[in-house]
Design a protein around this ligand. Structure first.
Ligand SMILES: NC(=O)c1ccc[n+]([C@@H]2O[C@H](COP(=O)([O-])OP(=O)(O)OC[C@H]3O[C@@H](n4cnc5c(N)ncnc54)[C@H](O)[C@@H]3O)[C@@H](O)[C@H]2O)c1
Length: 264
């Protein structure tokens, strides 16, 4: 799928899904602007993309800060002259714990990065896209924004907030050439799952009907499709990328249940 001529922002591009998506977008022909707070990490990825013949720029950004989010779009326009696509993918927040044990400041951090960060991202991306003749925004939620997940009060609240924001933005700009969708991935193999070890990874995979975790490349391919004209009539959608989790539960089937009971 080609994104030749398109300019895309990826927030949370220093590692994980954001980094892999930025690299995949560049391979698809897009000019990519990588944003995260860690300037060394995004500059390394951007330099690598450029060394492979792609177009990439690193812009150190705190997505929860209004001036920083505005500057990200301004620098993008200065460098590439237009904005067609944005992936609002940054996250931060409390470590898992029962609700009463979560520090209010950690809770605020999750809301700031996810909800405020996605709001500010879209607030400045949308006028730039309108000036460029339209665009496509993909926000990042989680299965944990669609249904409750124990010990993740801050994360679930933040991701549910992003799903709400996405629906409103999609409605507000549906007749002005801007599509806004949100991903709800299941377990994806990035730093967090890698650090948790093989056993946690195996159990995370077992929770998905496909019986495996997803790869960042599978998320990146979905973003590219949503950025492309192949998805031109799709907006306001919460799209699972979850190996079947949204369809329901698939408990392991005990072998002796696969046989019909003998007739009485
Ligand atoms: N990995 C999974 O299993 C999974 C599942 C569902 C949803 N998600 C979502 O996908 C996204 C990416 O996940 P990941 O596993 O790659 O996460 P990650 O923690 O590896 O990456 C998060 C990125 O956000 C950036 N970031 C954090 N705070 C920021 C801020 N204030 N300003 C700018 N950038 C900031 C980090 O620097 C990093 O680049 C997240 O939104 C996450 O909630 C991940």
């Amino acid at each position: 799928m080609t994104l030749d001529g398109k300019v895309a922002i990826v927030a949370g591009a220093s590692r994980g899904i954001g980094e892999v998506t930025a690299r995949a977008l560049a391979r698809s022909g897009a000019s990519v602007v990588l944003a995260a707070r860690d300037s060394t990490a995004i500059e390394t990825v951007a330099a690598d993309i450029r060394a492979s013949g792609g177009r990439a720029l690193a812009v150190p950004t705190d997505v929860g800060d209004s001036d920083s989010a505005e500057r990200l779009v301004a620098v993008t326009l200065e460098k590439f002259g237009r904005l067609d696509a944005a992936f609002n993918n940054a996250t931060d927040g409390p470590v898992p714990a029962p609700l009463a044990e979560i520090d209010p400041l950690d809770f605020d951090l999750g809301i700031r990065t996810n909800v405020r960060g996605t709001f500010l991202g879209m607030k400045f991306q949308i006028p730039a896209m309108l000036a460029s003749g339209g665009g496509s925004i993909v926000n990042m939620a989680s299965v944990a924004g669609v249904r409750g997940t124990a010990n993740l009060a801050g994360y679930v609240a933040a991701k549910a907030g992003i799903i709400g924001l996405t629906k409103v933005a999609a409605l507000d700009y549906a007749d002005q050439g801007i599509r806004v969708n949100v991903l709800a991935p299941g377990p994806i193999l990035t730093y967090h799952l890698e650090a948790a070890g093989d056993d946690v990874q195996r159990r995370a995979g077992q929770a998905a009907p496909m019986r495996r975790v997803g790869l960042p490349e599978e998320v990146a391919a979905t973003v590219i499709w949503l950025f492309s004209d192949q998805s031109s009539y799709i907006t306001g959608v919460t799209l699972p990328v979850d190996g079947g989790m949204a369809a329901g539960e698939k408990p392991p089937l005990a072998k002796n249940l696969t046989r019909r009971p003998a007739p009485l």
